[in-house]
Design a protein around this ligand. Structure first.
Ligand code: HEC
Ligand code: HEC
Ligand code: HEC
Length: 478
């Protein structure tokens, strides 16, 4: 292939309109439509709209971070309440570098560390869309972000950015197919898959050497999606990956709940098939990262098993709160949909609980989280629902002990029997999952700083008093 045609194919693979993009007027319908596609792939909707009740992009969506709740802002083109006053350069700086029009730093809950890679052409189209394709909403959300000290000091993000934020727009890697380059752009930049699937260090920066190797997102665990056949998605066919991304459901593999359900619902289901294939091709091409404690893929665990006969008739069907053991709880709350033997319904609309990464993983976080929070995902206008059994449950709120017993029953009989759930694990999942060190030490930062300040004041006072004493003392005594 000639260099020029390679460049053309890469440029067109990135969906760009070439150098003419910059010259197009912002109201150009094709440009606005392209910006809409970029916004969809980047899932701006998920965070900037309150689900069900909120107006599109009017903000106010609560992102529960381990450091406190961060509220998204209004990014409609409203001049009074939104970003109507942003120039294209200011918009680009906010999205790619996390700096607001007024110069204040945004929190990385806005994934500007990924968006830093957005190409100039896509950025231009995105601006056109937000200025001319989005309805202005003149309302500021009542909820405002108020993180505790020291995280309320927005300028501290400038230091974080030096360490962890990206700086350059994505450039295709030479010698790699246009499809894989497109997939890399969708995964690492627009789709910001890394913001959930890459583990974070003590300062909550993404650990680049473990890109896509799996990380906690609140109480959920975003699994390893590198190409490793044991720890990652190496054993998934490209078709299974595409089905999962488009519908949130891959038979015999997993169903999307938590943040993944939102990604499917707001973004991935609308991507063209070629983009989903590109994501699958890229994931399959990533360097495999293996967790040494794992020997089999999570979706390989388990087989049908039923205890229904042993408990039949031992309790009245209405006596739900008297159900004590894991098997009774399973029979009472889960078997109606997932079947007594865990195989799920024939069409797998109620999925099998064996051959499911949520139950086969050595980290049973997603099993616990789905029992607590359930699933609510809308795809192709149809709703996929599993009730949660947490505090707000419309079925029955279960206790930490009951959920632990139930989880262990499921793990022992359908999943990874090496995994184990304690009531404390359930309690932690209720309060938002494992806390990073930064959040754990937060309550001590202010007292520590005050303590250090007091020590400094005491030393300074001692030095000052000592000096005065010396000065006041008779010359002979010095
Ligand atoms: C994962 C959640 C998330 C996604 C996805 C997201 N944002 Fe944000 N965004 C936020 C949050 C949270 C804030 C406010 C952060 C703060 O107050 O520090 C924000 C702030 C902003 C701001 C600053 C507005 C202002 O003046 O306060 C702009 C502009 C913006 N986002 C644009 C976008 C665009 C465009 C996209 C899609 C390409 C996008 N965001 C996707 C969470 C998100
Ligand atoms: C907001 C966080 C978040 C984002 C963004 C996200 N994911 Fe996920 N992902 C998750 C969680 C959580 C799960 C586990 C879902 C479950 O088991 O219910 C998951 C599961 C998956 C799985 C199934 C893995 C397995 O072993 O079961 C794949 C594949 C996947 N995600 C791919 C992607 C891709 C590709 C992107 C970017 C386009 C992406 N995800 C973006 C949170 C996220
Ligand atoms: C009313 C029917 C219903 C009940 C009752 C029910 N589920 Fe589900 N469950 C579902 C549906 C529907 C899905 C998701 C299917 C999909 O996403 O395509 C699901 C998914 C799951 C998953 C996979 C989640 C993931 O994150 O990958 C697990 C594990 C699970 N259920 C366990 C349970 C357990 C344990 C119980 C009992 C406490 C239970 N379910 C009760 C309908 C139900």
């Amino acid at each position: 292939m000639r260099i020029s045609s390679l460049v053309v194919s890469i440029v067109s693979a990135l969906g760009t309109i070439g150098s003419s993009a910059q010259a197009q007027t912002l109201t150009d319908a094709a440009l606005v439509e392209r910006g809409h596609a970029v916004a969809t792939a980047a899932d701006c909707m998920a965070c900037h709209t309150v689900p069900r009740t909120g107006k599109p992009f009017a903000g106010g969506y609560a992102i529960v971070s381990p450091l406190g709740t961060i509220y998204s802002t209004n990014i409609t083109p409203s001049k009074t309440s939104g970003i109507g006053g942003y120039s294209e350069a200011e918009f680009s700086r906010a999205v790619r570098q996390g700096i607001r029009k007024d110069g204040a730093h945004l929190y990385p809950a806005m994934p500007y560390d990924s968006y830093a890679g957005i190409t100039d052409e896509d950025m231009h189209a995105l601006y056109a869309y937000f200025m001319h394709g989005v309805e202005p909403v003149d309302e500021v959300s009542k909820e405002q972000t108020a993180l505790p000290f020291p995280f309320n000091l927005r300028f501290s993000m400038a230091f974080w950015n030096v360490l962890y934020a990206g700086t350059t727009p994505f450039t295709p890697v030479a010698g790699v197919s246009a499809e894989i380059n497109r997939g890399a752009y969708l995964v690492n930049v627009l789709g910001h898959c890394t913001s959930c699937h890459t583990p974070r260090n003590a300062l909550m920066g993404a650990i680049q050497s473990e890109a896509l190797a799996g990380g906690f997102v609140g109480p959920w665990y975003a699994p390893n999606i590198t190409s490793d056949p044991v720890s990652g998605i190496g054993g998934w066919t490209p078709d299974e990956l595409v089905a999962y991304l488009r519908t949130g459901h891959a038979k015999g593999k997993n169903q999307a709940a938590g943040g993944m359900a939102e990604a499917v619902q707001n973004s991935l289901q609308y991507l063209p098939e070629s983009d989903l294939a590109a994501i699958a091709a890229y994931l399959k091409s990533t360097d495999p990262i293996r967790d040494k404690t794992e020997e089999r893929a999570a979706y390989e665990f388990g087989s049908p098993h039923s205890d229904e006969d042993s408990i039949r008739g031992t309790y009245p069907p209405t006596a739900h709160d008297s159900l004590a053991s894991g098997k009774e709880l399973y029979s009472g709350y889960c078997a109606s949909c997932h079947q007594p033997n865990g195989a799920g319904s024939d069409d797998q609309a109620y999925p099998s609980l064996f051959h499911n990464t949520a139950t086969g993983s050595i980290r049973p976080a997603n099993l616990v989280a789905v029992i607590l929070y359930g699933i609510d995902r809308e795809v192709d206008g149809k709703e996929v629902l599993m009730p949660g059994f947490g505090k707000q449950s419309y079925v029955t709120p279960l206790t930490d002990r009951q959920i632990a017993d139930l989880s262990n029953y499921v793990l022992q009989n359908f999943g990874n029997s090496q995994a184990n759930v304690t009531p404390d694990d359930v309690a932690m999942a209720r309060t938002g999952g494992p806390k990073p060190i930064l959040a754990t030490v937060q309550p001590f930062i202010l007292p520590t700083l005050v303590g250090i300040a007091i020590v400094i004041i005491l030393i300074a006072a001692g030095w000052f008093i000592g000096k005065r004493r010396r000065r006041l003392a008779p010359v002979a005594a010095r």
